[in-house]
Design a protein around this ligand. Sequence first.
Ligand code: ADP
Length: 223
Amino acid sequence: MIPGVRLVLLGRQGAGKGTQCVRLARHFVVPHLSTGDMLRSAVSEGTDFGRKAKEYMDSGDLLPDDVMVGMVAERLGRDDSSRRGFILDGFPRTVGQAEALAEITVEKPLDAVIDLEVPEDVVIQRISKRRVCKDCGTNYSVDTPPRYDWTCDNCGGEVVQRDDDTEEAIRHRLDLYREHTEPLIAWYEHRLLLVAVDGLGHPDEVTRRLIRAVDGRTRPVVG
Ligand code: ADP
């Protein structure tokens, strides 16, 4: 039986979290919960909330903690994640969010928090080349495009550059990462949850490293 896992992935924008989380979610058979994807789907639904969220996202700003905590708490309360676990991608991003997550998961605490390490100069290169499927969120790069005319290999959706992947917004997001999210590394280290994984190299090699890092921290699914 494949064990479940309750995992958080930290890492700079462009570190490869999205790509690796999809693979880890498949490996451990748990849902991949990306707050960026959740927000982008609210934007594409055109709700009032989505319109407001888009303003923050396009300028690269963080949404308020209470909004994000409410959204994640609701998602973690659903059956799939409360039973087998989850992989959180993009949350927490502030110490306030991490404190709230510790309360939400008090009965079923996290197994590990992975810091996927990729230096800033490398991620700037990667993000400026990044292209993404509008419908399913699969990531591509101008170096590794989909097989046919910017049409997603996975779902046939249109593959585009994200509105917030402009040079200015990228630099702003990286500044916010340094200021608000990097302190979480020490925060989780202190709680003995942090595992650092090198995010450089072939994506398959990075996946192997991540699985190795998570194995041993997984637990059997009960009930
Ligand atoms: P990136 O990691 O490249 O910034 P994401 O897809 O994870 O991309 O997030 C896109 C945007 O969604 C962020 O720039 C921010 O505006 C918003 N967002 C996502 N997660 C959070 C969060 N935990 N707290 C606040 N804002 C968030």
